[in-house]
Write a protein that binds this ligand. Structure first.
Ligand SMILES: [Fe+2]
Ligand SMILES: [Fe+2]
Length: 353
């Protein structure tokens, strides 16, 4: 059960035969959604929390509150007969889903009704499944809350530089795209997506006189400005969570360059953490391709030629390759999250979270 609908998934099936001539892509069951209403068997059980044991779905009296959905059978050349529809009820009484057993058979493979003696046992099984489902939902909710907090802190930290928050949204998405393209695992991609918004959190400690200075910085001011990497690392130091550990490494290393001429530590090549190399490219691309108070957005041709020039100098060649392989996806993000003044911070912050 998801919000206002049920999502139907087949978990195990030994009898469903495919129609003659079915295409290969029809062989896999695609989950589908049905509205949460008492008129379907699953909906009735989900809403009432009552078990239904039906000997033949096609013999349900027409005045019953529920009727089987025959379109499923027609589509799959299937004949639903017996059904045992069981609520997945948590100990607190909330129904989180419905377990539907269809077409019981005897030892000779002949259709029989479900024996009522199994009802109690299956209710137990379904309630254990309900606990597992609701634990997974809670874990997801905690993780989402954690990520959202990090994200909004990052937006706050960037507020003086980029007041819509679109810059960090784009950098986060570009970083995820690059990480996926070089073959990082979905878990690592997710961590990089959520850790990258914090790359400039150290700017919180840079005095406004330097951070917002319209003209060129003198060498001393420049050195202080560059220290935002170290300050960010200090703000995020000794992390307890994995995502903050990624953020710390990114904050410290996103201005290092592949050829060792970056800052603060002049690290080179693979001595720079991969997540720092990824954000370096994402951040620079975004700075070039977007308007800033001191410059208009560069043309795409110009941005691309700069990235090519910096291949192996500023940027890891493997990531430059990944960038060009993902150009369509990257341009979609570029077009979607713009620095339009009307676009609110929260609108961007929560998009796709
Ligand atoms: Fe930075
Ligand atoms: Fe940035």
């Amino acid at each position: 059960m998801e919000d206002d609908h049920l999502e139907f998934r087949v978990s195990q099936c030994t009898t469903l035969r495919l129609r003659e001539g079915a295409q290969a892509d029809e062989r896999a069951f695609k989950p589908f959604k049905l509205p949460l209403s008492r008129q379907s068997l699953a909906g009735y059980v989900a809403i009432t929390g009552k078990l239904l044991n039906i000997p033949d779905a096609y013999a349900i009296p027409p005045d019953a509150p529920y009727q089987p959905n025959r379109s499923f059978d027609e589509k799959n050349n299937y004949r639903t007969r017996s059904m045992l529809v069981i609520p997945m009820t948590e100990p607190q009484g909330r129904v989180v889903g419905v377990l539907q057993l269809i077409n019981a058979m005897n030892g000779r493979g002949e259709p029989i009704p479900f024996d009522p003696q199994y009802e109690e046992f299956l209710l137990c099984l379904a309630s254990q499944a309900a606990v597992a489902v609701s634990n997974a939902q809670l874990n997801r909710a905690i993780k989402d809350a954690h990520y959202e907090t990090i994200y909004r802190l990052a937006v706050a930290a960037e507020y003086k530089d980029h007041d819509t928050g679109a810059h960090i949204k784009r950098v986060s998405e570009y970083s995820g795209i690059l990480a996926a393209r070089i073959g990082m695992s979905p878990e690592e991609v997710e961590l990089i997506r959520y850790a990258s918004p914090m790359h400039d959190v150290g700017k919180l400690r840079i005095p406004d006189a330097i951070l917002l200075k319209p003209g060129k910085l003198d060498p001393e001011e420049r050195a202080e400005m560059e220290r935002h990497t170290v300050y960010g690392g200090e703000i995020l130091a000794n992390p307890k969570s994995e995502v903050i550990a990624y953020s710390e490494r990114i904050a410290r290393s996103h201005h290092e360059k592949w050829n060792g001429t970056g800052y603060p530590r002049k690290l080179a090549g693979e001595a720079i953490p991969i997540e720092g190399r990824i954000v370096a490219l994402a951040d620079v691309f975004d700075a070039l391709a977007s308007p800033r108070c001191y410059k208009p957005a560069f043309s795409l041709d110009k941005v691309i030629s700069i990235i090519r020039e910096e291949d192996g100098r500023h940027f890891d060649p493997r990531l430059v390759e990944a960038f060009f392989d993902s150009q369509d996806q990257i341009m979609q993000i570029h077009a979607r999250y713009t620095d339009t003044p009307g676009q609110s911070v929260t609108e961007i912050a929560t998009a796709g979270l």
